[in-house]
Design a protein around this ligand. Structure first.
Ligand SMILES: Cc1cc2nc3c(=O)[nH]c(=O)nc-3n(C[C@H](O)[C@H](O)[C@H](O)COP(=O)(O)OP(=O)(O)OC[C@H]3O[C@@H](n4cnc5c(N)ncnc54)[C@H](O)[C@@H]3O)c2cc1C
Length: 375
């Protein structure tokens, strides 16, 4: 990890960027369920889509801490935009670790430049928390692989160019396969209508005798379990950052509103019950941030079990904080908090998904207990 001052400078620049270029489009993307194209163009211009990648691949060589800070600051203004930004980093991670250099060099530079994007396909209609029951199969055929199955709830589906797919290759083995949206046999389900993250497309990705060349199997086609576990350790830190950013945005809005809103002849921030709520929200945000940053430190250590356990702790605490702080922020806005005129209403709806995806919070508790008991 770099000097803390460097990170704080980076945070300041990300806050200015997100406030100027992302926040103005957040309400519209939510209201119309439309892709936040202006925010995405700003990511491209700022080079943020390449933050997770090495310079040789057209990236900016950011470490996990930089990605977390960037994710927090973008989500503070617009959770949908943070989702579309980070989804590329998340889906690329196993590829960077295990694909051949040739495949990495073919795929990553256009992703880093924001010309192409990626999706991450794990969940299936009958296989959510219990990923090991998944039905999508990849079978060797000719010089490549044939995929059959259906993935559910895929972020970026219909829009992304590349899909990294977890598929069964044997009774107890899985592999990761990279599918191009133009490969024969790939299609999409209907776009889902959602409570939050409304500008981020979500749909089924369907494989019907979908043919891909042999070189698009990532690493060992029976090594999927390991790749997935490592990928989720990385992605959970980013979802935690997203959740924390949403919480911070709602907290900042609540502080501002309660300082301005007058009742009984004075700002409501003068009332002790309001102060108590604001204090509890501040403690939740700061303690969640401390645990998230400890988990980022653990991610670069030797102990992978610790890294995994701590990523789950960070995802759990940050997303529970996001739900609780956004709900209290709505409460502190009174009736106005219930209107779409104020951003806290959107933030409360956006917060909910962070307790569900990348493994529900019940599943995170199971992983944490496993780590604690050394299993
Ligand atoms: C907007 C959105 C975007 C998403 N993006 C992606 C994506 O890009 N790629 C992808 O692969 N997936 C994605 N998902 C899927 C998401 O990761 C799953 O929805 C999630 O993992 C939960 O699976 P499920 O919905 O099948 O719930 P289930 O697994 O059916 O769970 C139902 C309930 O049972 C509980 N439960 C299940 N098992 C246990 C257990 N053993 N102990 C205790 N409680 C348990 C759960 O916690 C939950 O409360 C997305 C989902 C949404 C809604």
């Amino acid at each position: 990890m770099q000097d803390l001052n460097v990170y704080e400078q980076f945070r300041d620049s990300m806050r200015r960027f997100a406030t100027d270029k992302v926040a103005p489009h957040a309400a519209e993307a939510d209201r119309t369920s439309s892709f936040p194209a202006a925010a995405f163009a700003a990511f491209r211009e700022e080079g943020l889509l390449g933050l997770a990648f090495e310079e040789d691949l057209g990236g900016q060589n950011g470490d996990l801490m930089s990605l977390v800070i960037c994710g927090e600051e973008v989500a503070r203004c617009c959770a949908t935009s943070s989702q579309l930004l980070m989804n590329n980093w998340i889906a690329s991670f196993p590829l960077l670790q295990y694909a051949t250099r040739e495949l990495i060099e073919a795929v990553i530079p256009p992703v880093a430049a924001g010309q192409k994007s990626m999706g991450w396909c794990l969940t299936e209609p009958q296989s959510g928390s219990d990923l090991w029951s998944l039905q999508t199969r990849a079978e060797p055929s000719g010089n490549g692989w044939t995929l059959n199955g259906r993935k559910r709830f895929i972020t970026g589906a219909t829009w992304a160019d590349w899909y990294l797919v977890l598929a069964r290759t044997g009774e107890k083995s899985f592999g990761l396969f990279l599918v191009d949206r133009d490969d024969s046999g790939l299609s999409f389900g209907r776009l889902e209508s959602k409570m939050g993250l409304r500008g981020s497309p979500t749909a089924d990705v369907i494989f019907e005798d979908c043919q891909i060349p042999a070189e698009r199997a990532v690493g060992d086609p029976t090594g999927g379990y390991k790749y997935l576990t490592e990928g989720l350790t990385y992605s959970r830190a980013l979802i935690a950052a997203q959740a924390l950013g949403i919480a911070q945005g709602a907290f900042d809005a609540a502080v501002k509103y309660t300082a301005e809103r007058q009742q009984f002849g004075e700002p409501v921030s003068r009332f002790q019950m309001v102060q108590g709520m604001i204090a509890d929200m501040a403690v939740k945000v700061e303690s969640s941030r401390a645990l998230l940053y400890r988990s980022v430190e653990a991610a670069s250590g030797e102990d992978q079990n610790k890294a995994r356990g701590m990523a789950s702790m960070a995802k759990l605490i940050c997303s529970d904080t996001a739900m609780s702080v956004t709900t209290d922020a709505v409460q502190l806005h009174g009736g106005y908090g219930y209107l779409t005129d104020y951003p806290v209403e959107r933030m409360m709806r956006d917060a909910k998904i962070t307790q569900i995806y990348e493994g529900t919070n019940q599943v995170q508790r199971l992983i944490i207990a496993k780590y604690v008991y050394g299993q």
